[in-house]
Design a protein around this ligand. Structure first.
Ligand code: ZN
Length: 294
């Protein structure tokens, strides 16, 4: 519904403004002065209200500025960040600031999400999209962080198998869920090829072309063919226990993409040694090479 309240304001101003010359003519300067003063006050109030309403409708989303303590924390806890060059670190921090300004992070058992949690979530996003020239998070509005793992129906369960989830369609379409213990573990253990935050944001990346199908979005036609071939081969190796890729990557194509993205981001050197073809295609994808074939 459109808001026509401004029409009422405008009408009121016009009536008051119009009354000033009439008052000047009929009753004298003093009353006109008072009316003029009222009009002035009304204009100031209206402008203030308008500004407030606009801000309320579309928050400014100014990027969050990080302080020295934050940088220290990132250096200590996010090894991906630690390994970056000085220039790349600047980009990383910039993206963290934008992420934190744009995406609501909610810890379901706390009134306000801990800074540590926010940094783990944001770092997961930045790492998953790292190297891509496009890096918006689509429709994502909120990341819910649970204090434990959960079941497929999103109910809390300490022994639950689910540590993270991206929804596609339905009421939760704009929401991601992560389990805090799993999220933290992903950053504490740096050599197990696993990071649930990066995993879920890789699904989100997969979703950005409209479908979660295990095919990296915006991949060129030729590269898609190569990808599908490699994926088929690597998945059958996983399912016959002759691969260094975690078993979960053999479940289906969508999990394959998320699992190998985790692997590539966390242990690129190992992936290069063990799965050179897969490494090459991921390396090329995440760096968006400028030179096109043919
Ligand atoms: Zn998954």
């Amino acid at each position: 519904m459109k808001n026509y309240s401004y029409l009422l304001w405008t009408l009121l101003f016009l009536v008051l403004l119009g009354s000033i010359p009439l008052l000047l003519y009929n009753r004298g300067v003093d009353v006109a002065r008072i009316v003029g003063f009222i009009v002035l006050i009304a204009i100031v109030v209206a402008l203030w209200y308008w500004r407030y309403a606009i801000r309320k409708k579309s928050p400014r989303n100014e990027r969050i500025k990080l302080d020295a303590n934050d940088l220290f924390w990132l250096e200590k806890n996010i090894s991906f960040y630690k390994k970056l060059s000085k220039n790349d670190r600047k980009i990383f921090l910039d993206r963290i600031g934008i992420f934190l300004a744009d995406i609501q992070i909610t810890e379901v058992d706390k009134e306000v999400a801990d800074k540590e949690t926010c940094f783990y979530v944001a770092s997961s996003a930045i790492i998953a999209y790292w190297g891509l020239p496009y890096w918006n998070y689509g429709e994502l509005q909120e990341v819910l962080v649970y204090p434990t793992n959960f079941n497929m129906d999103n109910t809390l369960n300490e022994l639950g198998r689910v540590g993270g989830k991206v929804h596609h369609g339905g009421l939760m379409d704009k929401t991601m869920i992560l389990s805090f213990p799993e999220l933290k573990k992903g950053f504490q253990i740096n050599n197990d090829k696993k990071n649930v935050g990066v995993h879920e944001f890789s699904h989100l990346l997969d979703k950005s072309d409209g479908s979660i199908d295990g095919i990296p979005p915006f991949m060129e036609k030729e590269d898609r063919k190569i990808w599908l071939n490699i994926m088929e081969r690597e998945m059958s190796k996983i399912n016959s226990d002759s691969s260094t890729i975690p078993d979960y990557g053999g479940v289906d194509k969508t999990e394959f993409f998320a699992v190998v993205s985790e692997y590539y981001k966390e242990c690129p050197k190992l992936l290069k040694i063990k799965h050179i073809e897969l490494y090459n295609v991921l390396h090329s994808y995440y760096n968006q090479p400028k030179i096109k074939k043919g």
